[in-house]
Design a protein around this ligand. Structure first.
Ligand SMILES: C[S@@+](CC[C@H](N)C(=O)[O-])C[C@H]1O[C@@H](n2cnc3c(N)ncnc32)[C@H](O)[C@@H]1O
Length: 245
């Protein structure tokens, strides 16, 4: 299976992102992934339970198109493809994508090496976008959310699972050293505010300790002011919104 390369020329990557360029990270990734939610939530949170939630909330249909952002070894992509829908699964790491394709040829999945902050797809391309823990790694969270909102169709669904900013002082202390390497712990309120400004409304959420699983629906076109904000920001060379830490 060929993996098309659609990477931007001048993107910069954090240390956390760069670790995914190593073959060893891709080799060991599934070992961590199988146990990650149980370890982080300190309850029995199997992959099967997570995938059931993904299917129940997204309700994938045969004639629909999906984008799996930061797919790694293709976990979410395979769940969505079972419905018969077409999935584009992207990652910046060639080794992760090679591991995903090694798990079997699935005619309903196209793997592409691409960066969410520079999505190479037209506006309103996808019925659903899924993001499993990748929000914790994007260089610029706000820019990634803007890009995802852009390529999502009206009424489209955005499913995200991520480690959010801890609401305790001790929790934030534990998260601090990881932040130094570029790992993000997005604040849930800031994510909601940013997405609301882009025309997406919160629909469902489950929070287990620092793990947030959220569903947003694109209910309206982005506000007029959003475009104006973007133009202003572009001409001033600044991000369109306050960046999410
Ligand atoms: C924690 S893993 C998520 C794995 C997968 N979604 C899952 O549920 O198993 C994060 C992945 O996001 C990818 N990634 C990081 N920054 C990215 C970006 N800007 N665009 C696309 N993928 C990115 C990394 O290479 C890594 O494979």
């Amino acid at each position: 299976m060929t993996i098309e390369k659609k990477m931007p020329q001048n993107a910069t990557y954090t240390l956390a992102q760069s670790s995914n360029f190593l073959p060893l990270t891709a080799q060991l990734y599934d070992l961590w992934r199988e146990r990650s939610l149980s370890l982080l939530t300190r309850e029995n949170f199997s992959l099967e339970r997570e995938f059931a939630l993904l299917s129940e909330w997204i309700q994938p249909q045969t004639n629909q198109t999906f984008l799996d952002v930061g797919t790694s070894t293709g976990n979410y992509a395979r769940v969505l493809a079972r419905s018969g829908g077409m999935v584009t699964a992207i990652d910046i790491s060639k080794h992760m994508l090679e591991k995903a394709t090694a798990r079997g040829n699935n005619q309903n999945i196209v793997y592409e090496q691409a960066n969410v902050e520079y999505l190479p797809y037209p506006d309103s391309s996808f019925d659903g976008i899924v993001v499993g823990a990748s929000l914790n790694e994007f260089h610029n969270t706000t820019r990634a959310l803007e890009q995802m909102a852009r390529v999502l169709k009206p009424d489209g669904k955005l499913f995200m699972m991520y480690l959010c900013e801890s609401d305790t002082g001790f929790g934030r202390l534990v998260q601090a050293p990881f932040k130094l390497s570029g790992v993000r712990f997005p604040n849930r309120q800031q994510v909601a505010q940013t997405l609301q400004g882009l025309g997406l409304q919160a629909s469902r959420a489950e929070v287990r300790r620092a793990i947030a699983i959220e569903l947003y629906v694109k209910t309206e076109k982005p506000l007029e002011t959003t475009q104006a904000e973007r133009t202003l920001a572009r001409t001033a060379g600044k991000p369109a919104r306050e960046p999410i830490a």
